[in-house]
Design a binder for this molecule. Sequence first.
Ligand code: SF4
Length: 359
Amino acid sequence: MNWTEYCLQLRRKIMRYNSDRRVNEYLLAGVKDTQQASDMSKHSSVLGYYFRVRKDVKDDCFDYDAVREKAGLYKKIDDMAYNAAYVMNGDVRDYNDAFVFQLAACNYCCPFCYVDDRNLNPRGKQVGWFSAKEIIEAFVEYRDKLPMNRIRISGGEPGLVPELWLEVLDQLAIKSISDRSLQKVFVYADTNLSGYYLTEFLMSDVNGRVLDRDVFKKIAEFHNFAVWGSIKGNDGDTFLESTGLPERHRGLALIWERMLEWLVSDGLDVYINVYNFEPQAMKLFLDKIFHKFGEKFLLRTWIQPIKIYSVVRDRLYQRGVVPDDYEKLLDDRLRENINIINRYLDERMGMSYRQMQRY
Ligand code: SF4
């Protein structure tokens, strides 16, 4: 099975057309009673069975500039809440709680994924079908008790079903007519930026086009949306190591580039998070970002640390990897990459890495 067929097969498992209700339905993972839920209990709590709320910024970190002055910056700040508040011209405190739901499949098998394996498997028993309307209804219901102004479409890989991004935005806009407070809600979609060939296939007339060719352009018309893109590994070796894909998929190491180009040229706002990069190939990556996507994207590129949660530890043992050794390797790479991007930004732009929040 080639890559496109594989992605297509996963997509069919997590999306169906319900002809009775005449709507698309999507398979969500149940997060209650998972290792993920207990691993993340400090900043994320489960709402019911399929949803959770995640706090991005710790209480003592709301003043971005003050925290930046302290050495703990890299650990303390996740800037999604800041970013949403900036775009929506609001207060970061109003954007700190995110309503999160997870699609029940991913085309990668990253060893460091914080999601339980059962929730990356669409055949699992803890999954449920939802339309975008039902997801938004659940959001509105929980929002009555807990004010939230951020929705995060997560996974699994939301890039397998980009029409869901648009449907969520549409349903939110419909609900906003009767509840104007919903107009300040911001939506993020996570993606590992691997969907290029699948999306091309779905939009092709030869294959009986099932996806609107303008889906990304239509999404870009909403001002309250951004893509949270992740790139796993920056050369063949780190790509395969990070994604858990077999050797025959080595050629996909740069698939992110084509997908990113597509999303950006269709007008979407994209933020880049990189994981487990090989330091020796870091400068090449930064040059590419700078020349292809521009200065703004350099400042939007953040090197993310990888936490070895209990679910990751168990998975690593199963794959014959010693978790502490792996953690050290990742930490060493992270530190080296931060030094490289610091020097790079200083030389090109006279500023240091993460000197300001991402806009
Ligand atoms: S791409 Fe994300 S969701 Fe998919 S396996 Fe990797 S970390 Fe998990």
